[in-house]
Design a protein around this ligand. Structure first.
Ligand SMILES: [Zn+2]
Length: 193
């Protein structure tokens, strides 16, 4: 899947999870940090791809990208598995705990969940593509949805751009509309400074 699909999918997944829970008060800093972490989580597994936008936007990204890609075992390997989710989860937790003294108003627990939701959404979305995802590494089988490879989509092709992406955007809008009253009450009353 292309990065834009992952961005939208991560946000839609975050909305779906947040709106299925009772809303409780959070700081504005937490909301901003959570959305940011969710977007990073949504593209994080593709750090194993030297051509990923993540690397292209860094000055010496090409070199680092190739190095990290090799460490991750190549594209769609460790960072695209449950093992990878656990490793990234530990790393994110450690990083957030280290940053917490600088950002005391941020609820790092929520930010961590938001990052993980982004990552999980990435693996689910990649499962819909022809290549599949090695969810159970070190067992090297690649899984896909639907299981018949021929029925899955090819990354970057028209189906992704003109069907998958609009459907995800539509879903996010629908989720927002469904909970509009709760969201507006929430933003009026509970977002603290
Ligand atoms: Zn991927």
């Amino acid at each position: 899947m292309i990065a834009r699909t992952h961005d939208v999918a991560a946000f839609t997944a975050l909305m779906a999870v947040v709106l299925s829970q009772p809303l409780h008060s959070v700081t504005l800093a937490t909301v901003v940090a959570a959305v940011l972490a969710n977007q990073i989580g949504g593209i994080a597994p593709d750090i194993d791809q030297p051509t990923a936008p993540f690397w292209r936007n860094l000055p010496v990204g090409g070199i680092f990208g190739r190095l990290i890609a090799r460490m991750m075992g190549g594209h769609r390997f460790i960072s695209h598995s449950i093992l990878g989710l656990a490793l990234f989860g530990f790393a994110a937790h450690w990083l957030l705990a280290a940053l917490h003294p600088i950002i005391p108003k941020v609820d790092i627990g929520l930010v961590w969940w938001s990052f993980m939701i982004g990552m999980v959404s990435h693996l689910i979305m990649d499962s819909f593509t022809k290549e599949g995802v090695p969810w159970l590494l070190p067992i090297p089988w690649k899984f896909g949805l639907p299981p018949v490879r021929r029925l899955r989509i090819t990354t970057g092709k028209n189906i992704e751009r003109f069907v998958v992406l609009p459907v995800l955007v539509g879903l996010a809008i629908w989720l927002f509309a469904q909970s509009y009253t709760e969201i507006s009450t929430f933003t009026n009353q509970y977002i603290k400074r």
